[in-house]
Design a protein. Structure first.
Length: 113
């Protein structure tokens, strides 16, 4: 599975961005699609995931601000990020998780105060 993430950029605190992750194969057969992020000098951390039956989990730090969704017809997963905070600044990675985990190339999100 190849994953192409897009939509990162610069936002002000309180603003919004929408990330997209397009997969090269059917995401309806993948157990989980998710988003992780890695801030400078920190380890990669879980952000959100959605199962193939649309069960959703969020990290506590983004609950109520971020929304993950999927469009199986487009083989694409989205991450709508609202009320952005400077602490959300990171490279965001898309992941496809089944028996193996596949990673996208990452897209940089920078939130200015």
């Amino acid at each position: 599975v190849q994953l192409q993430a897009s939509g990162g950029g610069l936002a002000q605190a309180g603003g919004s961005l929408r990330l997209s992750c397009e997969a090269s194969s059917r995401i309806s057969s993948i157990m989980y699609m998710g988003w992780y992020r890695q801030a400078p000098g920190k380890q990669r951390e879980f952000v959100a995931r959605i199962s193939r039956t649309s069960v959703i989990d969020y990290a506590e730090s983004v609950k109520g601000r971020f929304t993950i969704s999927r469009d199986d017809a487009k083989n694409t997963v989205y991450l709508q990020m609202n009320s952005l905070e400077p602490g959300d600044t990171a490279v965001y990675y898309c992941a496809a998780m089944s028996i193996y985990t596949y990673w996208g190339q990452g897209t940089l999100v920078t939130v200015s105060s």
